[in-house]
Design a protein around this ligand. Structure first.
Ligand SMILES: [Zn+2]
Length: 197
């Protein structure tokens, strides 16, 4: 799935993997089981998927949402981009408290058809939980269970946090307070991207 915001393609490993699952590929089935149990899909698989995606869609700019998540992924991305003769302009670090994470997981809804994600507190979904894009049913995600939160937080601290200094040293890291309303966070991100065009 590709969404276009800022006039350039945006994707995430989650969107790529959901597509594999929907297509019923062996890779899609295997990774769905890993995610169900609260784990992360291996770096090797994620990196291969990202490289394929970049070759197809990354020719005129791109935004990754939730990638890279590990130092190894970050280093691999640097190598892939060197092969493609391009480089990252920005790494945006959304800082959120553990309480914010808990609140958002508890209120998150996802379309069972197209993968669109929203929160149950969004006013337009309070009466009828239907996807605004495809009329599919909005349901709680399976991997949203609070019981997997501790595993995810631990993985974040050990695997993801080292990326802050990795991109800090490259002087492309920008920190944004992600505890605020969605619109405020989005407008900060938009401004950073617009400044690079
Ligand atoms: Zn939908």
């Amino acid at each position: 799935m590709i969404t276009r915001q800022f006039g350039i393609p945006v994707t995430s490993p989650g969107a790529i993997l959901r597509r594999e699952k929907d297509l019923g590929t062996p890779l899609g089935k295997k990774t769905a089981e890993v995610l169900q149990s609260g784990g992360l899909v291996s770096d090797k698989i994620i990196i291969e998927l990202i490289e394929d995606w970049l070759r197809l869609h990354g020719g005129h700019g791109f935004v990754f949402d939730g990638f890279p998540r590990t130092l190894r992924q970050g280093e691999s991305l640097t190598s892939i981009l060197a092969r493609l003769r391009t480089a990252l302009d920005l790494a945006i670090w959304l800082e959120v408290s553990e309480q914010t994470v808990r609140d958002r997981i508890a209120g998150r809804l996802q379309c069972g058809e197209c993968g669109f994600t929203t929160s149950s507190s969004s006013a337009q979904f309070s009466e009828r939980a239907v996807c605004p894009y495809c009329d599919g049913p909005l349901v709680r995600r399976n991997d949203d269970d609070l019981s997997v939160l501790q595993i995810r937080l631990q993985e974040f601290r050990t695997k993801t946090e080292p990326l802050a200094s990795f991109y800090g040293k490259m002087s492309i890291l920008h920190r944004i307070d992600g505890n605020r309303e969605r619109d405020a966070v989005f407008s900060d991100i938009s401004r950073l991207i617009e400044d690079k065009r």
